[in-house]
Write a protein that binds this ligand. Sequence first.
Ligand code: MN
Length: 255
Amino acid sequence: MTHTRPRILVTNDDGVRAPGLKALARALTGFGEVTVVAPDREQSGASHALTLRQPLRIERLESGWYSVDGTPTDCVNLAFFHILKFTPELVVSGINAGYNLGEDTTYSGTVAGALEGRILGAPSLALSTVADADEAQFAVAATVALRMSQEVLSRGLSFDGLLNINVPRAPGGYRVTRQGRRVFREGLLARQDPKGREYYWIGLAPSEWQPDPLADHAAVAAGLVSVTPLHADMTFHPAIPEIRDWGLPSESAHP
Ligand code: MN
């Protein structure tokens, strides 16, 4: 069997019913042979979690659409090894309702879905846009997803990583960026339940960024699509000599 169109796996972390997922799958269908495997409910903030302590179930919703009662990483695993049983030419995760900028990429299930695709051997993209995106905005972001999918499939990605793409409203162009740094403020809200026990909500602080014109957040603030290459190998190579200089006992000399 020959494949004239690229086989594309689409996943997300907003869940299988999310409008961003539908917009993405729609935009890539025709260009590619699209299979959607997505969590059966929202998994935002799931990061790169893999479900190891409970079974997973797959539900076939319609032709080429599947849901899994797990994380985006679970979805990509089941897609590669059970649903597709081959390595797709591309994995695209999104389109997330809400940017994934700076350190947020480390919490992101959207980015993790793409990362898992990369780890399992396919070039991968993560797509995010504004939190209050409507259908028209998702369509704008889906156009970006199609363009970037075509670029990646024609050029390839020579590095061991993925592209994290954030799409603002009415983008005026693209900018290749680096991951920004957040200014962390306390974002914890404590309240009491009806029995008087305290409970907490995390993540209520407004976004504030360390100034950096090359950062992802600066690009979207300037109305540009931010394209950040992320590396799957998190080793910070320049730090290796520094830690070696600590003179920790070597492997041959047991501590
Ligand atoms: Mn999400």
